[in-house]
Ligand binder design. Structure first.
Ligand code: RB5
Length: 149
């Protein structure tokens, strides 16, 4: 799968680990930074990955910051993005099965590394169920298209 990934300074270690693991698992990774621990602004990185996903350059996006909160708020401002901030494996699975989330946001300062990796794995491996959930996702997308304020 083609995956766009980015982080801010708080998520660097987790992102480096994920990039290595996901490449080893055969995924194609677009690494949009950041590449050092210098302090940066997470919306810049959320925008890069969100545009990759919304524009079709990547099938899924993964964003890592301290809490996952800022990344998720920013990513959901981009038309076509359904970003889910997930704190545990169950949420990651449901974000795919019921919400067809296309961007995952995780917090490197709140999650144990093994749990964070499991969350990412489930997000990438789980399919959308469709059916009644498709109708609901269509309604989310209609809001995305029609909202002006
Ligand atoms: C950076 O200090 C921190 O605010 C950021 O990583 C993230 O947690 C924002 O939501």
């Amino acid at each position: 799968m083609k995956i766009a990934i980015a982080c801010d300074h708080a998520g660097l270690d987790a992102k480096l680990r994920l990039v290595e693991q996901l490449r080893a698992a055969g995924h194609e990774i677009l690494d949009r930074g950041t590449h050092s621990t210098d302090s940066v602004d997470y919306p810049d990185y959320a925008a890069e990955v969100s545009q990759d996903v919304a524009g079709g350059a990547a099938e899924r996006g993964v964003l890592v910051c301290g809490t996952g909160i800022g990344m998720s708020i920013a990513a959901n401002k981009v038309h076509g993005v359904r970003a889910a901030k997930c704190n545990d494996p169950f949420e990651a699975e449901m974000s795919r099965r019921h919400n067809d989330a296309n961007v995952l946001c995780v917090g490197a300062r709140v999650l144990d590394a093994a749990v964070l990796d499991e969350i990412v794995g489930l997000f990438l491996a789980t399919a959308f169920e469709g059916g009644r959930h498709g109708r609901r996702v269509d309604k989310i997308d209609a809001l995305d298209s029609s909202s002006t304020h």
